[in-house]
Each structure stands twice: as C-alpha cells, then as structure tokens.
Design a protein around this ligand. Structure first.
Ligand SMILES: Nc1ncnc2c1ncn2[C@@H]1O[C@H](COP(=O)(O)OP(=O)(O)OP(=O)(O)O)[C@@H](O)[C@H]1O
Length: 308
C-alpha cells in the first residue's frame, strides 16, 4: 500500500506537486494518468525517495521507502529505463543490482526468463532497443520479488505483444495481492489494465476513482444515420429528448434509447442506415477532467507566441 498525505514538491517557485493525498491499495492495478508535466514522475520519485517532498509524507506499507531494510524487496520500480551502464550486459546489470541487495543469483535468471530477455541477456545494454530497455527495467523492478510495483510509462516503446505482456504481468501481480501503480499516457491501455485510476493535472488530483466510476453510465446517446433526418427529428422531438447533428444525415440522440428510436422510426416508415449506442470511454472522462489543464496550456502557449 502506498499512502501520500499532503505531498508537495516545489522547484523554486514552481509547484510540481501541490498538496496531494491518495492511497494506492494492494490487490489492484492503479493507473496514474495526467497530461505532460502534471507531476506524475515527480510523485513517483518522491514515493521512491529519489526526490524530497517540500511538504507532506509518502509511505510504502507504512514506512518511508528509504527507511526500509531492503528497498528492492519492499518496492520495485521502473522509472527511467536509460539509467543503465551501456557497456554492461543485461545479466551483469541485474547481477550487480542483486549483489548489492542480497538477492540470490537464481532470481536473476528467473527475471530474465520472466521478461523474455533470455536470448539477449549476454548482449551489451548499449545496443538495446527502447523495448528491450523497458523489459530490462521491468526485470530490475521484479528482482526483489517486491510487494509493491511502481512503473512509470511501462509500455513506452513496447510493441503490441510487449504491451499485452505488461498488462498480463500487472494483472498477475495485483491478483497475487500486490500493489501495482503504473503511469501511462495511453488511456485505452489504462482502461484495459487498471481497476482504479488517479488523474492528476497541474500537480493536483482531479479524480481518484474506479475505472467503472470514472466512466460512469453510458452517455445514453445513440448515433443514427437516416435518409430522412428532419422527419426523424420531428418524430422524436419531445421533452427530455435532445437531438444534435454534426454531419448531414447523422443525428446524435439522447433521452430515447436505441430500441425506442428504432420502433418509432419503423412505425413512421423511416429507414435507418445506422443505429449505434454510444458508450462514454475512459478517454472521454479523462479529456473532460483535464480539459481546463489543456486549455490553460494552449492559452499560455498562444499568449507566449503572441508576445514574441
Ligand atoms: N528537477 C526539476 N527541476 C525543476 N522543475 C522540475 C523538475 N522536475 C520536474 N519539474 C517540473 O515539475 C512539473 C511536473 O513534472 P513531472 O515530470 O513530474 O510531470 P509528468 O506528469 O511526469 O510529465 P510527463 O508525462 O511529461 O512525464 C513540470 O512542470 C516540470 O517541468
């Protein structure tokens, strides 16, 4: 379990993380989402004792990470996959980590196998692709068989098979009752992988909810394509039904479900070419939550350009 209380990080007069409190629970995958510069990496670095909070506290299983007896067994992290000596082989990189943390040698081969690196374990890390580097970073995170996994953009640079592998791995570890906290820019990926989502924007928490809660009920909108849009709109035009049109012949209707629309159109002899219930997605919810942030950023950029 990761617990942050009043966590704050300032760089000069810039507030990167602004008095946030949250709990990342065991037995679940928690996604950490936010636009660029929102404060995700800074938060993860504070969790791991790599950045000092300006105020507030953050603990892993009740202890500050640096206070732990054997950090790699307490939490494993993938932060910056580039922080590896390029001249070393993958095996030697992991062996060096294992040696300094009292981890038995057989565990090195286990994580190499687990991360699909067996064929390249003796190659110099300097020649690794981004995806192989990510796998090595994840291998290092798993080395201490930790109860808490913290992964910053773990699918970055991975091919589709690799993305699926990370998803399965995250779900597997959560299924074992461990805590999995992962950041991502890919909303669709988080929707598939995470049970719970924390959304951060400009250093503040915008949402802390289950994926189901965040997505909420389906929008209850239905997209309809017909040769007689005006007739259909007139037919359905009553209190509680709203109809908009963004393209010729296409209506987006809320307040009447697909079955009602189909039945009424049929009784009036109106031919429907398409009838699609539109569910809102995590991406919709995320974009709605971070809209202000994005507007702020584009406005700021425009203002900056205008004054040049
Ligand atoms: N060492 C630092 N010195 C000064 N400012 C920093 C430092 N590290 C981060 N920041 C600033 O803190 C804010 C949050 O950055 P952070 O990297 O945590 O965001 P992020 O959500 O991880 O972004 P991204 O998705 O782009 O990785 C940004 O405005 C960034 O410029």
């Amino acid at each position: 379990m990761i617990e942050a209380r009043g966590l704050t990080k300032r760089y000069g007069d810039r507030v990167a993380v602004d008095d946030i409190s949250f709990t990342v629970r065991p037995g679940a995958v928690t996604g950490f989402l936010g636009p660029n510069g929102a404060g995700k990496s800074t938060t993860m670095r504070m969790i791991l004792g790599l950045a000092r909070p300006s105020a507030g506290t953050v603990t892993i299983d009740g202890r500050r990470f640096v206070d732990g007896p054997s950090p790699l067994t307490q939490a494993g992290a993938l932060l910056d996959a580039k922080g590896v000596h390029p001249g070393r082989s993958a095996y030697h990189h992991l062996a060096a980590l294992a040696a300094t943390h009292g981890i038995p040698k057989r565990r090195i081969l286990e994580v190499i196998d687990l991360t699909g690196l067996s064929a390249v374990a003796d190659r110099r890390v300097g020649g690794f692709s981004l995806g192989m580097g990510q796998r090595l970073g994840i291998a290092a995170a798993l080395l201490g068989d930790p109860q808490v996994l913290i992964l910053d953009e773990p699918v970055n640079g991975l091919d589709p098979e690799g993305v699926r592998w990370v998803r399965t791995l995250a779900r597997h570890y959560a299924g074992e009752g461990r805590t999995v906290f992962l950041s991502s820019h890919l909303m669709s990926e988080v929707a598939l992988t995470a049970d719970h989502v924390i959304v951060i924007g400009r250093g503040r928490i915008l949402a802390d909810a289950s994926v189901a809660e965040l997505v909420g009920d389906p929008k209850e909108a239905t997209r309809v394509r017909t040769t007689r849009p005006a007739d259909l709109a007139a037919l359905l035009g009553r209190d509680g039904v709203s109809i908009s049109s963004e393209a010729p012949g296409v209506l987006e209707i809320t307040g009447a479900d697909a079955a009602t629309i189909a039945a009424e159109a049929a009784s009036a002899g109106i031919v429907l070419l398409e009838l699609t219930p539109l569910a809102s997605t995590l991406e919709d919810a995320y974009l709605a939550l971070t809209r202000d942030e994005v507007e702020y950023r584009s406005d700021a950029r425009m203002a900056e350009e205008a004054t040049r």
